[in-house]
Ligand binder design. Structure first.
Ligand SMILES: Cc1cc2nc3c(=O)[nH]c(=O)nc-3n(C[C@H](O)[C@H](O)[C@H](O)COP(=O)(O)O)c2cc1C
Length: 444
């Protein structure tokens, strides 16, 4: 299988200082023209897919410096992702369109319906990033006074995914003949009423949409905790993984793929994509200069607020140039990402300032920096040494970072035979080399 390339379609890049950079778009908030341009750049580069992270709330209002400077994941001015991807479907023809939807604060019927619709609209290019919601405050917008407890979120997520897939199988693939002459619009024998009654949901069905072109839109997830990894192994076709080093990424890759047999699946049923921000220049020096320019656009107050957000701890209490404090790993952050940051700080002996600088480009995730050959070398190493099946790439500055990647790195990956020159398939599943799931209720 060729390497998978996914583009983070956040119009504000991945770096907190990005939007202030002279090359960044002016007025990036909820701007459809920018979104179309970004999708077309990624499609010209033969990327497999565009990915939109999402949450249902505005974050960091309690951290005024960070909130005012706006970090890319605070989401004060973004589009609802499936709405946006429906528009992008009409401006593109091959690239996959992957949006995030929460299993904690949404309903399986709504999610099944939205993604079935996107799959039909796009001709089989839809993907659902299944999350349990990482931002606790989103709960306040959904009749809750606090975030649903973690175990319960994951338990609900597993049942949610089962219901969604059951709803996607509501109709046989040939259930809608729509014969004008005979008057047969649909076959009443080719519908399955789900009648799901579980712990969290009661859903009768069927879905009011024909079976999606891909059978099931491609399911993504990103959990790195034990429960998160099990959920991925049970339900995800693709996993986003964030690890800061090659050995850690190799361990995570082997761990997640090793869980698949438990759920009757094989390693080929899943693609794992490493999240990475890529700073590429015509020369190594140009890439380094861009990195420094962006750092200079983030004040220490904003940087420390950002670190506090990622760790779920108030980092203003510690000297900026002193060592990172030791925290009990179980009580860092809301997710596995906080733990990954602490591990990195400990292993590399970083100060508070060095730690926030290290994570500014992309959460606790990785960063590749250099000229095209150096970037292609490291991508090849990760890909061939089973650290990942591909990459979820964030550009430090949008759109120029993505344009540069497409112009400089993609041809080098193609020359090495690692990446496609043309799209081989029409659907996202075909391009990812994933099979189309059979309908659970109808043998075709
Ligand atoms: C690349 C990537 C993208 C993610 N996108 C979202 C997102 O859009 N919305 C969200 O609530 N969580 C998102 N997450 C967080 C994950 O859903 C998950 O909470 C996190 O990876 C921690 O895993 P854990 O819950 O198993 O500890 C993302 C994580 C990664 C690595």
């Amino acid at each position: 299988m060729p390497m998978v390339l996914a583009a983070n379609a956040n119009a504000q890049g991945s770096h907190v200082g990005e939007w202030r950079h002279p090359d960044a778009w002016s007025r990036p908030a909820a701007n459809i023209h920018n979104a179309v341009r970004l999708a077309q750049i990624a499609e010209a580069g033969k990327f497999d897919l565009l990915f939109l992270a999402d949450g249902n709330g505005v974050r960091q209002m309690d951290k005024p410096d960070l909130f005012g400077a706006t970090s890319p994941s605070d989401r004060p001015g973004v589009f609802e992702p499936v709405t946006l991807l429906s528009a992008l479907a009409m401006a593109t023809s091959h690239i996959g369109l992957v949006a995030t939807a929460t299993t904690t604060y949404d309903e399986p019927f709504h999610v099944a319906r939205r993604f079935a619709s996107l799959d039909h609209i796009s001709g089989g290019r839809a993907g659902w990033n299944l999350v349990t919601t990482s931002n606790p405050e989103d709960a306040l917008n959904f009749n809750h006074t606090e975030h649903v407890a973690r175990d319960r979120r994951y338990e609900r997520a597993a049942e949610f995914a089962t219901v969604v897939k059951g709803l996607w199988d509501s109709w046989a693939d040939d259930a809608f003949p729509q014969h004008k002459a005979s008057g047969q619009f649909l076959h009443p024998s080719k519908v399955h009423v789900l009648n799901h009654k579980g712990t969290h949901f009661q859903v009768r069905g069927p879905l009011n949409a024909p079976r999606p072109p891909q059978g099931h839109p491609v399911v993504f997830s990103a959990g790195q905790s034990e429960t998160g990894k099990d959920l991925s192994a049970a339900h995800a076709d693709c996993v986003f993984a964030i690890e800061g080093s090659l050995p850690a990424a190799q361990r995570l890759y082997a761990d997640i793929k090793g869980r698949l047999p438990k759920f009757g699946r094989t390693a080929d049923d899943m693609r794992i994509l490493a999240g990475v921000t890529i700073f590429v220049g015509e020369t190594k020096e140009e890439a380094e200069a861009l990195f420094q320019q962006l750092e200079d656009l983030v004040s220490p107050a904003v940087g420390v607020d950002y670190l506090s957000k990622m760790l779920g701890r108030k980092m203003q209490d510690y000297p900026l140039d002193g060592p990172m404090p030791e925290f009990d790993e179980e009580h860092v952050g809301h997710t596995g990402i906080g733990k990954a940051i602490m591990r990195m700080a400990r292993e590399e002996g970083l100060t508070v300032r060095q730690t926030y600088r290290r994570i500014l480009p992309q959460m606790g995730g990785n960063m590749f920096k250099g000229d095209a050959l150096a970037i292609a070398d490291i991508m090849e190493e990760w890909f061939t040494s089973k650290a990942c099946d591909g990459f979820m790439i964030a550009a430090p500055v949008v759109p120029t970072g993505l344009e540069r990647f497409v112009r400089l790195v993609v041809p080098e990956l193609q020359r090495r035979g690692l990446f496609r020159k043309e799209y081989d398939g029409y659907t996202l599943r075909e391009n990812l080399g994933l099979s189309r799931p059979a309908n659970r209720f109808f043998v075709s």
